[in-house]
Design a protein around this ligand. Structure first.
Ligand code: ATP
Length: 248
């Protein structure tokens, strides 16, 4: 219908420290309401792509040197990270950064800091998040640092949800988690997508699981998209099977 996709990365080139060329012209789109995965081996540039969207590159002396990033048809590559959060784009960093000394609930509350919300709104949002993440409700008063890896990943996702995002950039959610817990995390993503309409761009090395829960996928190799297609197409492709399935 001619409407722009929710997110469009156009020919993005990223350089670290003025000399290290890491993204060599990446093109990708996330249509509104979809789950898109960004696949590829360690070092392919997945994290860099997410950070170029959320504008977290600068803190690492990285820069988008060519191309553009558009959200709802508007260029966003000069915005500050907090402005991105206000627009509804939020990144969940790799390695589930939570505040280990705070309780689960205190961690979730830190996610509301950019909003001017009343206590009752925040309480309402907390309850909604616990409906999606019931394990966190049970652990709400536990110190986050003593919860399991899967629970910490859920805390990281839950904290992002407190900002009421339209689009979540999720970096390697499966990292270090048992297969059953990985399924649980992806099922939560699917629920949030279907019931709340949140769109996701997920960087993953676990191709098999990511494709099972995604609508569309891109495969990144050495800073370039080398293949893209519907999740079904990619999962059925011999090249993908040979090079990426069972890689994680
Ligand atoms: P991973 O699974 O390890 O996160 P990835 O696909 O997300 O891999 P990136 O983390 O984006 O890949 O890294 C891509 C390349 O950029 C790697 O070669 C990495 O060494 C390099 N790189 C990443 N961050 C920096 C930085 N701050 N300075 C210089 N080079 C960097």
């Amino acid at each position: 219908d001619g409407a722009p996709p929710l997110l469009r990365v156009k020919n993005a080139e990223v350089i670290y420290d003025h000399v290290i060329l890491v993204l060599k012209g990446v093109n990708l789109e996330v249509p509104e309401g979809k789950i898109v995965s960004l696949l590829g081996a360690n070092g392919a540039g997945k994290t860099t792509t997410l950070k170029s969207i959320s504008n977290l590159l600068r803190t690492e002396r990285g820069e988008v040197t060519k191309g553009s990033i558009e959200y709802q048809g508007v260029r966003i590559d000069r915005l500050e990270p907090h402005e991105m959060v206000k627009m509804g784009v939020i990144q969940v960093m790799e390695g589930r950064h939570c505040f280990g000394h705070l309780t689960v609930e205190e961690n979730l509350l830190t996610g509301a800091y950019t909003r001017r919300a009343s206590r009752s709104e925040i309480k309402h949002d907390l309850e909604r998040i616990y409906d999606y993440l019931p394990r966190l409700r049970a652990r709400r008063t536990s110190q986050a640092g003593y919860t399991s890896g899967g629970e910490q990943q859920m805390v990281a996702v839950g904290r992002a949800l407190m900002a009421r995002p339209k689009m979540v950039l999720l970096d390697e959610p499966s990292m270090g988690l048992a297969p059953q817990v990985v399924e649980e995390i992806f099922q939560i993503v699917k629920d949030l997508n279907q019931k709340e309409g949140v769109s996701f761009l997920i960087a993953e090395q676990n191709t098999t699981v990511a494709l099972r829960y995604s609508d569309y996928g891109y495969i990144l190799e050495n800073g370039r998209v080398v293949m893209e297609g519907s999740a079904q197409e990619l999962a059925a492709s011999d090249d993908v099977k040979e090079f990426y399935l069972g890689l994680s």
